[in-house]
Design a protein around this ligand. Structure first.
Ligand SMILES: O=C(O)c1ccccc1N[C@@H]1O[C@H](COP(=O)(O)O)[C@@H](O)[C@H]1O
Length: 213
């Protein structure tokens, strides 16, 4: 089985970005969502994007953001993909894909087979679905270090590409990748020493474990 692509999300300072580049992750995620401890301004994103250019692809994470917020982030950070982590409909995903001419990733919270089946509705509208844990009401819709029952998405065969997120860590990512066959794995809090503070050693360990090294 091929090693999964790796996204490290919530990059908000140069040291974390350098750790992601050193670990040869495929994607660095920038969070544009004010309630998140990983939120960053378009100006900070622009500086990080310049440092990332040519080394790692940049994914902007948004939660039910309006077009103007996304436009500012796309322009500042020269994003390579948009990750929609709220309640965005297939129509909204298709609109953003067309407007920004960028691949769109749609996160879906999973607790049941019916949640997984929702992915089909995004075929053509999004490029990738990211299966993630459902978080408690009143908390962030992601980035909480919560995982879900991986058997629900094991070797998922659907009409679009997919990835696995939610509570992935250096300690469990190899098992998650083996059980699910996920083509992409995504982590944020699992490679932190505190909310919003990335740990270079854990980023390196996550990437090595995901690749089966
Ligand atoms: O990271 C955040 O702060 C965040 C905020 C709002 C929505 C999603 C967020 N992060 C994404 O959530 C998943 C799972 O994160 P974790 O590994 O369980 O911490 C991942 O895709 C993050 O990119």
């Amino acid at each position: 089985m091929a090693a999964p692509l790796i996204k490290i999300c919530g990059i908000n300072d140069p040291a974390a970005l350098d750790a992601v580049i050193r670990a040869r992750a495929d994607y660095a995620g920038f969070v544009f969502f004010a309630p998140s401890p990983r939120n960053l301004s378009p100006a900070t994103a622009a500086a990080l994007a310049a440092r990332a250019q040519g080394h790692v692809r940049k994914v902007g994470l948004f939660v039910d953001a309006d077009d103007a917020v996304i436009a500012d982030a796309v322009a500042a950070a020269r994003l390579d993909a948009l990750q929609l982590h709220g309640g965005e409909s297939p129509e909204r995903a298709a609109h953003l894909k067309a407007r920004f001419d960028l691949p769109v990733w749609k996160a879906l919270p999973v607790t049941s087979p019916a949640d997984v089946a929702q992915a089909g509705a995004y075929a053509g509208a999004a490029d990738l679905v990211l299966f993630d844990a459902k978080t408690p009401k009143g908390t962030l819709p992601g980035g909480m270090g919560l995982s879900f029952d991986w058997s629900l998405v094991a070797h998922w065969q659907g009409p679009l590409a997919w990835g696995l997120a939610g509570g992935l860590t250096p300690e469990n990512v190899a098992e998650a990748a083996r059980l699910t066959g996920a083509p992409l794995v995504d982590t944020s809090s699992g490679v932190e020493s505190a909310p919003g503070v990335k740990d270079a050693g854990r980023i390196a360990a996550f990437c090595a474990a995901a690749r089966g090294a």
